[in-house]
Design a protein around this ligand. Structure first.
Ligand SMILES: Nc1ncnc2c1ncn2[C@@H]1O[C@H](COP(=O)(O)OS(=O)(=O)O)[C@@H](OP(=O)(O)O)[C@H]1O
Ligand SMILES: [Mg+2]
Ligand SMILES: [Mg+2]
Ligand SMILES: [Mg+2]
Length: 334
C-alpha cells in the first residue's frame, strides 16, 4: 500500500498544528482552557490544532472519516474562546474559515471507528497537562485501515533532540509507515533520519519511562516490575523517566528508554485509540514491540477506545520484551 501522499499531508498537518500550539503557549492567558466533563483540561490550542488538522485532511482526503479527541460542544457556548480559536486557526491556514466551518472541522472528529475501512485518528494535543506546564506534549495522527495502523506521525515540539541535553535544541517529528521503518526530523528541517530502538537486552542497562499522573498508570506496580527484573543484577535500579504524552513512545523508538509501561489504576477506564495508534507503529517500525500488559496485540478496530485491551507494554527489541513481559506476568496477577 503506497501512502506517500498520506505521509506528506499528515506530516504537514502535524507541523502546522505543532506551530499553532507553540504560538499559543507563548501567549496563553488564564481562562483559555476549560475543564471537560471528565474534569480533564482542554485549551484553545487543542481545539485549534484539531480544526487545522481535520481541515487539511478533509481537503486532501474528503472521504476519510476521523476519530478525534475533541468536539466543539463546550466551545460553541463560549464566544470569547471560539473567537480566539478562530484567530489562531486562520493565522496558520492559507484558506480562511468561518466560525461555523471551524466548528464543523472540529466535529469531523466524531467518527466511531471500527473494524473495516480506512479512517484517521487524531489527538490534537496529547498530554494537555504537560502542555500547560511547558513540559512535554505531542500532536498525534495515525491512519488506520481495516483495524491496522498503517501510518503514524508524532509532533513533539518540546522534546530535546538529545535527551542528555534538556536545554539544547528541541522539537521533533517522528514518522512511520508500516513495513518501511521509522524516521525523525526536526520541526525546522525536512531531513529525515532513521531511528531505532535500543539493542540492549539486559533491563539493567536501560531505563523505563512512565506517565506523570499517578491516576493514569501505577507507578508502584512499575517499581515492583523493575525490582523483579533487576533482582539478580548488581546494577542499581536506573531512574525512571516520567513524562507526559506519546513522547514516551518517541523515547522508546529512539532508544532513549528501553521500556514504557502503563499499568491501569482504574478498572473502568478504557484507553483511547488516539493516545496510542501513532506511537505504537513508530515503536514497532523502529524495531520494538508493543502489546497490552497481558501480551495481547492492541486492537484498533474496536471503536474509539481500546476496549479489548488493558494497559500498555512497549519495549525495544523482542528479547527485552520477553523479559519485561515475564516480569509483568509475575507481578500483575489479574
Ligand atoms: N484514568 C485514566 N487512565 C489512563 N489514561 C487516562 C486517564 N484519564 C485520562 N487519560 C489519558 O491520558 C492521556 C495523557 O497521557 P499521559 O501519558 O500524558 O498521562 S500521564 O503522564 O500519565 O499523566 C490523556 O490524553 P490527553 O487528554 O490528550 O492529554 C488522556 O487521554
Ligand atoms: Mg484530553
Ligand atoms: Mg491524549
Ligand atoms: Mg488530547
Amino acid at each position: 500500500m503506497s501512502l506517500v501522499v498520506e505521509m506528506r499531508v499528515a506530516v504537514e498537518a502535524v507541523l502546522v498544528a505543532s506551530r499553532l500550539c507553540q504560538s499559543v503557549f507563548k501567549t496563553l492567558v488564564l481562562g483559555e482552557s476549560l475543564a471537560k466533563d471528565d474534569k480533564s483540561p482542554v485549551t484553545v490550542a487543542d481545539f485549534g490544532a484539531q480544526a487545522v488538522v481535520n481541515a487539511l485532511l478533509l481537503k486532501h482526503f474528503p472521504d476519510d472519516p476521523i476519530v478525534g479527541e475533541e468536539d466543539s460542544k463546550d466551545l460553541k457556548s463560549n464566544t470569547a474562546l471560539s473567537g480566539r480559536v478562530l484567530g489562531l486557526v486562520n493565522g496558520v491556514m492559507e484558506s480562511k474559515m468561518t466560525t461555523e466551518q471551524m466548528f464543523n472541522n472540529i466535529d469531523r472528529g466524531n467518527y466511531v471507528g471500527g473494524r473495516t475501512g480506512r479512517f484517521w485518528t487524531l489527538d490534537p494535543i496529547d498530554g494537555t497537562k504537560g502542555f500547560l506546564r511547558g513540559d512535554q506534549y505531542a500532536v498525534c495522527l495515525a491512519l488506520i485501515v481495516d483495524g491496522t495502523v498503517e501510518l503514524g506521525v508524532l509532533g513533539c515540539p518540546n522534546l530535546p533532540h538529545d535527551l542528555s541535553k534538556p536545554d539544547g535544541e528541541c522539537g521533533s517529528i517522528l514518522v512511520a509507515t508500516r513495513g518501511d521503518g521509522a524516521f525523525q526530523r526536526s520541526l525546522t528541517s525536512d531531513i529525515m533520519t532513521r531511528i531505532s530502538t535500543t539493542r540492549v537486552e539486559n533491563p539493567a542497562e536501560t531505563r523505563l519511562c512512565e506517565g506523570i499522573e499517578p491516576l493514569h498508570s501505577s507507578h508502584a506496580t512499575n517499581g515492583q516490575i523493575m525490582a523483579h527484573l533487576l533482582q539478580n543484577s548488581n546494577n542499581h535500579s536506573p531512574t525512571n523517566i516520567r513524562m507526559d504524552s506519546q513522547c514516551k513512545y518517541a523515547l522508546v523508538a529512539r532508544g532513549d528508554a528501553g521500556i514504557y509501561l502503563r499499568v491501569p489504576v482504574s478498572s473502568t477506564y478504557q484507553e483511547k485509540i488516539w493516545d496510542h495508534a501513532a506511537g505504537k507503529l513508530i515503536v514497532e517500525e523502529a524495531g520494538g514491540r508493543v502489546t497490552d500488559i497481558l501480551g495481547r496485540e492492541l486492537d484498533f478496530g474496536s471503536g474509539r477506545t481500546l476496549k479489548e485491551n488493558e494497559g500498555i507494554l512497549a519495549t525495544g527489541g523482542t528479547v527485552l520484551y520477553d523479559k519485561v513481559y515475564a516480569a509483568v506476568k509475575s507481578v500483575v496477577k489479574s
